[in-house]
Design a protein around this ligand. Structure first.
Ligand code: HAM
Length: 428
């Protein structure tokens, strides 16, 4: 065992992991461009007060998870545990309220929470963040949720669910919080210690406690949607309609409240099929009071963040390969001139499918082409002879395992991706 290891809850991103990181960041960049989001990078540390006021005094993040320190000059700073408060600080600091609204910003980078490390839970982790600031229309909520959905769909993730709720606004929420306190008051002895402590200060959080007894009690608790004022109810109902029109499937979850204090109205989470073992893949919501909370004018906003490590964990669990960077994956080996004419459109198509591909040149024999592919460490060879031309197929050989199979020319790209995710695994 070496003397020094990565600190608990942190990890090295090794060369063999990089293709996944590149896949996520390039997908985020291209989505951001299509949805009109511009990149911003804020400092890794900020004034501690920003998070205390922005994220909220009674949240797990502020109560237990911040890496806070005093500088030699006496400044109280904190490694950023999330991005939304920093985006809002930057919006105010740079006068972005004078730009055409809404202002749409995104970032990708490291964040820090002194959480108990576990599967998909780290102390230094990475998030992609999208924030749309300056617009209250529920069409914006729908667009942000659609963006989140499209991010995962583009990466190829399957079987995810979107959970949605509205937790109201400062007008209607007090009545709901009272109803929760009244509901829980006679049950207080049955609650876990943390919930007992939270009941007075932040009763919303009792709804997402993971303790089985607390969960059983919260299933019968009053629902926030039954206490919404007219404006919040209208916002929520229009959001549902818009999501339907955009084809984003969702489920209303009455227990969804999220763990940060700044949320108003819309809250949502995207969860993988086995969410209990690794947690939410992404989440967000509206924060119409946050900018005021940190000293600015009343300004609405909504956003979303997803943990990059959790996205990659789910990609791996679902057998989705990220193509290795800078490596040729496919060698097309035509036998003879007719086969070469048959092969050229396949070469073009494989490259268009994003698979780095080369073709055997000159009048090399099959044996010599296989030897060349092998010496260049290309993992797959598509062999094309008379027989394959006759059936409109190629023989796809995995040089790593020696296995081969005939596949239709239309399926060449997907077959290479599938084999890459298979037992041979992606090659660094
Ligand atoms: P959050 O739910 O605290 O929200 O975090 C968003 C995502 O970051 C989570 O769904 C998860 O994928 C990832 N994440 C959080 N903590 C960890 C951890 N310890 N280890 C690994 N991944 C983690 C926010 O941060 C809000 N700022 C989201 C938002 C943006 N709301 C509005 N705009």
């Amino acid at each position: 065992m070496p003397t020094f290891q990565t600190p608990r809850g942190t990890s090295d991103i090794l060369p063999s992991d990089q293709p996944y990181w590149k896949l996520v960041s390039s997908t985020v960049e291209s989505l951001a461009q299509r949805y009109g989001y511009r990149r911003i990078d804020t400092p890794i540390f900020e004034d501690t007060g920003l998070f205390v006021r922005g994220v909220g005094q009674s949240t797990d993040i502020v109560e237990k998870e911040m890496y806070s320190f005093m500088t030699k000059g006496g400044d109280a700073l904190t490694l950023r545990p999330e991005a939304t408060a920093s985006f809002c600080r930057a919006y105010l600091q740079h006068g972005m309220q004078n730009l055409p609204q809404p202002v749409k910003l995104f970032t990708v980078g490291p964040f820090f929470r002194h959480d108990r490390p576990g599967a998909g839970r780290y102390r230094q982790f990475h998030q992609v963040n999208f924030e749309c600031i300056g617009e209250a229309d529920p069409a914006v909520d729908a667009e942000v949720i659609q963006l989140a959905w499209e991010l995962y769909a583009t990466l190829g993730l399957r079987d995810l669910s979107v959970l949605l709720n509205s937790i109201g606004c400062p007008n209607c929420r007090p009545a709901y919080l009272d109803a929760l306190r009244q509901y829980y008051a006679p049950l207080v002895e049955e609650l876990c210690r943390e919930c007992q402590a939270r009941l007075e200060r932040n009763p919303l959080r009792l709804l997402d406690c993971k303790n089985p007894t607390c969960q059983a009690l919260s299933s019968k608790a009053p629902r926030s949607v039954d206490f919404l004022c007219e404006a919040c109810a209208d916002h929520f109902s229009r959001l549902g309609t818009y999501l339907g029109l955009l084809g984003v499937p969702f489920e209303v979850s009455h227990r969804l409240v999220r763990g940060l204090d700044y949320y108003t109205r819309t809250v949502f989470e995207v969860i993988p099929p086995d969410a209990t073992s690794q947690g939410t893949i992404g989440g967000g919501g509206r924060y119409d009071g946050l900018i005021e909370q940190i000293g600015g004018p009343a300004t609405p906003g909504i956003g979303f963040a997803s943990g990059v490590e959790r996205v990659i964990l789910n990609l791996r669990n679902q057998g989705i390969a990220a193509l290795p960077i800078g490596k040729t994956l496919l060698y097309i080996a035509p036998i003879g001139e007719t086969a070469r004419e048959f092969a050229l459109p396949l070469l073009k198509r494989a490259r268009q499918d994003g698979i780095p591909t080369v073709i055997g040149l000159g009048s090399r024999s099959l044996k010599s082409q296989l030897k060349q592919a092998s010496s260049q460490q290309v993992p797959f060879v598509a062999i094309i002879g008379e027989e394959e031309i006759g059936t409109n197929e190629v023989t796809l050989r995995d040089l790593r395992t020696g296995e081969q199979k005939k596949i239709s020319v239309q399926l060449l790209g997907p077959a290479v991706r599938e084999m890459l995710a298979g037992p041979g695994g992606p090659q660094p």
